[in-house]
Design a protein around this ligand. Structure first.
Ligand code: DX5
Ligand code: ZN
Length: 229
């Protein structure tokens, strides 16, 4: 039994046919829903009413990624929908520890995301407050961008800190994940992989999910021996 999860992002799906698009990924571990407000990122997607209907319409756990300002106010509203996890951006939260606690008390797993240029070091002390740390492997805002290898050391630092502290924390990666890059991210310590274009751009999204999961699990079985302690 592998330990890696694949969360397809519906950003690359057909937004007019969401029910059908959700059905095409029924073998995935969760559905990743990208919420953008055209302020935190230069793009606009969907908000609470549509995310609510997605959660009501699929048997998959819903993993919400909030690329929005004023996360302190909005993120708990998403947790109240009963989503499996709600991830806010550290750069958009005034009080990230309070916010993570709010999410957990609303019954969602608490996730925090870091843009590629944001260091994880200032946040290491608050990792016990989180269930999920999302390390963005592209600049947030758009699908179909190239994986940024410069984020690999940050994935290693976060995964090692979580392991050293005996935390359950999952390290999630999002952006440019494909059969070309999934092994690098897995070897560095990620266990949850978001993939938009690599899944929905494939002829058979279900097979694309299985292939990514197989590769990630195999890479996790052969940890990067060059990792420095
Ligand atoms: C980008 C979003 C991603 C996006 C990934 O800001 O957070 O979830 O859908 O798309 P790909 O996998 O195509 O890079
Ligand atoms: Zn995302």
């Amino acid at each position: 039994m592998g330990q890696c999860s694949i969360h397809p992002s519906i950003l690359s799906a057909d937004f007019v046919n969401l029910e059908r698009e959700l059905d095409r990924i029924r073998g995935a571990d969760a559905v990743h829903v990208d919420v953008m407000d055209n302020h935190f990122v230069p793009n606009l997607t969907i908000g609470l009413p549509v995310v609510k209907r997605i959660a009501e319409s699929t048997a998959l756990p819903v993993d919400a990624h909030l690329m929005i300002e004023n996360a302190d106010h909005w993120a708990p509203r998403y947790a109240e929908l009963g989503l499996a996890s709600v991830t806010f951006h550290a750069e958009a939260a005034a009080a990230p520890i309070k916010l993570a606690r709010d999410l957990r008390s609303n019954g969602s797993r608490a996730g925090m995301a870091l843009k590629p240029a944001t260091s994880v070091v200032p946040y290491l002390d608050m990792l016990p407050e989180l269930d999920l740390l999302l390390i963005m492997t592209v600049e947030p805002g758009f699908g179909g961008q190239s994986f940024l290898d410069l984020t690999l050391p940050k994935i290693r630092v976060a995964a090692a800190a979580a392991a050293d502290a005996g935390l359950e924390l999952a390290v999630q990666v999002d952006g440019g994940i494909s059969v070309e890059t999934v092994e690098r991210a897995a070897e560095a310590g990620a266990t949850i992989f978001v993939a938009g274009s690599a899944v929905y751009g494939a002829e058979n999204p279900g097979e694309a999910v299985s292939a990514l999961r197989r590769m990630a699990d195999a890479a996790r079985g052969h940890p990067d021996t060059t990792r420095k302690k």
